[in-house]
Design a protein around this ligand. Structure first.
Ligand code: IFM
Length: 457
């Protein structure tokens, strides 16, 4: 019988993000983010949902930390809201906002849970969108670095694991599209593909300046990571010819060649640059050096992937469409392809050429159509099936020697799923939004057992 035992020092955790759980949108000095504006605009978010209350975590964080302790996680990834700390985006720091995170982190520490803080998970201050179009402007990178300094100089005595930005392509390419209505805040249509790429280039610059700011402001040695959602190309089968095709295809995907490559190697991939032609963003002298900062880990958010096979065409490979009826979880994009986790890590080592870089799965999970039964329980066996297969793929990566060090399940609890509002539930804890009652699902108990026995059960 195969045993899926993990190494003794493997980190087990869970993840959330500020706008998706905190609520308290206008309390204690916080000002609006682009997501407050976007969700308040009719037609943008399903059912008109907003993050104004969300899981009310701002007021219920102690109960939520107790839930984490019950789950047995020793690591918790959350994000800090820029508009709580620097409500106008630049300038005065709101100490009341900082105090909330001090309370949260102190509470985590009381339960022996290590905080991993993401400094930006999509909630840009609306003031900067009004001032200069936020990520459309280079100024955003510098304002972000100042905000980072404000946070790390105040919280760096309590937090030593920092993550700069979450999923650059989502808040840039999906927030400022050219030919479709962007599903992400600020929901603005720009004039060209080049302008879209300019927004992600500015975000990369923010990442680089942010790394420098963290290291300058931290009073103690700390760990710095970028969190990204690579596009995972998966060979249709693992014969050498298809593996080679998946490797060749990998850098041509925008999130890879245009985000992971510059951050981890100091250059956009040449295959992507060729594809972009005149749409390559303006890159100033020194930008790539700034972007290419030493990192202590890469945070890899992984949910799905795309199959690739070798082909008799100019490229030598082709991407495969999913057939009708392919199994998927409760999102149009959430095709169940568990080996994406293994292949993403393998690509980082072999295709990007960074076998030295520790990897943390900073998000993995799924939406399911959860229901509370008459006994008040939620039997999300579909989520357990999804998670179990992904953890087996994680185990394979470790067994083959790839540097996977930890896993943060997305998400600790149901929350505001962006343009899908509260309609899509990713949590292992059910939130009854009418009462704010927390109900651990069957997947919660399953994950607790995995953590306790340090293996896939
Ligand atoms: O909820 C999001 C999260 O904010 C970023 N990564 C993907 C998750 C599921 O869509």
């Amino acid at each position: 019988m195969t045993s899926y035992q993990f190494p003794g020092d493997f980190l087990w955790g869970a993840a959330t993000a500020a706008y998706q759980i905190e609520g308290a949108g206008i309390e204690e000095g916080r000002k609006p983010s682009v997501w407050d504006t976007f969700s308040a605009t009719p037609g943008r978010v399903l059912n008109g949902d907003t993050g104004a209350v969300a899981c009310d975590h701002y007021h219920r964080y102690e109960e939520d930390v107790q839930l984490m302790a019950q789950l047995g996680i020793k690591h918790y990834r959350f994000s800090i809201a820029w508009p709580r700390i620097v409500p106008d985006g630049r300038g005065a720091v709101n100490e009341q906002g900082v105090d909330f995170y001090k309370r949260l982190v102190d509470c985590l520490r009381n339960y022996d849970i290590t905080p991993h803080a993401t400094l930006f998970h999509w909630d840009s201050p609306q003031a900067l969108e009004d001032l200069y179009g936020s990520w459309q402007s280079r100024e955003m990178a510098f304002d972000y670095a100042d905000y980072v300094t404000a946070v790390v100089s105040r919280l760096g005595d309590r937090i030593t694991h920092w993550m700069t930005l979450n999923e650059i392509s989502c808040f840039t390419h999906m927030g400022y599209a050219v030919d479709t209505e962007p599903p992400h805040a600020p929901g603005k249509r720009v004039n060209s593909v080049k302008e879209v790429w300019q927004t992600s280039h500015h975000a990369l610059l923010a990442h680089g300046l942010g790394c420098q700011a963290i290291r300058n402001a931290s009073p103690v040695p700390c760990s710095v990571a970028l969190v990204d959602n690579l596009a995972v190309t998966i060979p249709i089968n693992e014969s050498p010819v298809h593996v080679a095709a998946a490797k060749q295809a990998f850098p041509t995907c925008g999130q890879n060649g245009g985000i992971i490559f510059p951050a981890l190697t100091g250059a956009y991939s040449s295959a992507l640059l060729e594809q972009l032609g005149a749409n390559v963003p303006d890159i100033q002298e020194g930008d790539l050096e700034t972007i290419h900062q030493p990192l202590d880990a890469l945070g890899f958010n992984v949910y799905s992937g795309t199959y690739v096979r070798a082909a008799d065409n100019e490229l030598g490979y082709e991407f495969l469409e999913f057939p009708k009826g392919y199994p998927r979880m409760h999102m149009p994009w959430l095709n169940i392809v568990p080996e994406c986790l293994y292949w993403g890590i393998r690509h980082l080592s072999e295709t990007v050429g960074r076998p030295d870089l520790p990897v943390l799965i900073t998000e993995n999970g799924c939406a399911a159509q959860d229901e509370v039964n008459v006994k008040g329980e939620v039997f999300d066996t579909d989520r357990i099936m999804y998670l179990r297969q992904h953890l087996k793929a994680a185990h394979r990566a470790i067994t083959e020697g790839y540097p996977l060090k930890g896993y943060f399940l997305w998400s600790l609890m149901d929350n505001f799923e962006w343009a899908w509002g509260y309609d899509r539930r990713f949590g292992i804890t059910y939130i009854d939004y009418a009462t704010q009652k927390r109900i651990p699902k069957a997947s919660f108990d399953w994950y607790r057992e995995c953590i306790q026995s340090n293996q896939v059960v």
